[in-house]
Unconditional design. Structure first.
Length: 113
């Protein structure tokens, strides 16, 4: 049975939505107020807040509140588990493709004989 990391699942769930990815792109430029993040989406504030809560639950952003103003900031180190998992999968598939290539090349040499 494959390993299941619930944090990794939260991370990929958060990244699965285009609106949340666009919010992360905005936050990569620097911290922003929730209203600044909501403007380009065309979504109502409660909907944007739900997206932000998914990003925060996944550990991708941190929020702070100063009076009535909520500010969000990206946490780039939170992407590390996804990067690690993707690299592990890439290594597995590279090895499989190398074995397939060797098998096909062996079959072609057999045919030439």
């Amino acid at each position: 049975m494959a390993k299941h990391d619930p944090d990794l699942s939260l991370l990929f769930h958060a990244l699965a939505d285009a609106t949340r990815r666009s919010i992360l792109v905005q936050l990569a430029r620097g911290p922003a107020r929730v209203t600044e993040l909501a403007d380009p989406t065309g979504l109502r504030l409660p909907t944007v807040m739900r997206h932000l809560s998914v990003l925060e639950a996944a550990g991708l952003i941190a929020t702070s509140k100063d009076g009535r103003v909520r500010t969000c900031a990206i946490r780039p180190d939170a992407m590390e588990p996804a990067r690690t998992w993707i690299e592990e999968q890439r290594a597995v598939w590279d090895a499989r493709l190398d074995r397939l290539d060797s098998f096909v090349m062996g079959m072609m040499k057999e045919r030439e004989k």
